[in-house]
Write a protein that binds this ligand. Structure first.
Ligand SMILES: O=C(O)CCC(=O)C(=O)O
Length: 266
């Protein structure tokens, strides 16, 4: 067992995010980068910032051809140990998206709270954002507003009508202080964990260096993935199909008894 140290756990609780000391071995990262290169080649019409459900092998109901290599990554026991420290021991994998910003024209991710988009009640998710490339201020690393998850409040968002954004919902100005933002610079294989209520975003990538990361979404199995709440949506700026999204119970039990683990599995 690895898991978060006491200091890391307390940082996640107080700030809404943490960069744990654990990192993936470099050979694993190299192999995943190769899988990503193949996915980009196999999905020529999809922006690489929008490779949603990349963990589903073959073409998924959201139009992306994914790879089981990312499902295997989501099942990594060391990552699950840390996620268990963040959200408890009953863990459902419900999503995975690659945010790969090409050098030169990598898209901005506006400031947002993930909870704005997701049909999970009570709202809960820990995202493990794993760097496959160096992720720096220069190439548009993830930025967070520490403590913005406190109180579990969803702040007002407005819809942006801009083609150069990965997501369309942006937290309204005045709901947070951008001056308090922290840049999460990561080396390949390093990762951050962040809470569903935490405000975060990232700048465009104007540098020549690609910035790729994979965001794996884990919810506590004390919550319900309620497909009736949002079945299919393009609120994020591209279509996501929650109605047919497969769920995997990776640890523990479904405490709600209402999560459906058959839908979407072929
Ligand atoms: O990769 C990014 O820059 C943004 C990621 C993000 O918004 C998320 O993981 O929820």
């Amino acid at each position: 067992m690895t898991g978060l140290s006491a200091v890391e756990k307390s940082k996640y609780e107080s700030d809404g995010y943490v960069v744990p000391s654990y990192r993936l071995p470099s050979a694993r990262v190299d192999a995943l980068r190769e899988v990503l290169d193949n996915l980009i080649r196999d999905n020529p019409t999809i922006r690489p910032e929008r490779l949603v459900s990349a963990h589903i092998e073959g073409k998924n109901s959201e139009g992306v051809r994914g790879s089981k290599a990312f499902l295997d990554l989501a099942r990594d026991e060391a990552i699950l140990d840390m996620v268990a420290d963040a959200i408890g021991g009953d863990i459902i994998l419900w999503g995975c998206q690659i945010f790969c910003k090409p050098g030169g024209d990598g898209m901005e991710v506006p400031w947002h709270q993930d909870g704005q988009y997701w049909p999970i009640r009570p709202l809960g998710t820990c995202t493990a954002w794993i760097a496959l490339d160096p992720s720096t201020v220069e190439n548009g690393c993830l930025r967070v507003i520490p403590g913005s998850h406190r109180g579990k409040v969803l702040h007002p968002h407005l819809t942006e009508d801009r083609k150069d954004l990965v997501l369309t919902q942006r937290a309204v100005d005045g709901t947070f202080d951008e001056k308090t933002a922290v840049d999460i610079e990561l080396e390949p294989g390093q990762m951050s964990l962040h809470d569903v209520y935490m405000i975060h975003g990232s700048a465009p990538n104007r540098s020549p260096r690609r910035r790729a990361g994979v965001a794996i979404r884990y919810m506590p199995a004390t919550s319900h993935f309620d497909r009736n709440l949002i079945a299919t949506t393009d609120k994020s700026g591209y279509t996501v199909d929650f109605a047919r999204r497969p769920l995997w119970l990776l640890r523990g039990k479904d405490r709600t008894g209402r999560n459906d683990f058959t839908i979407g599995h072929s």
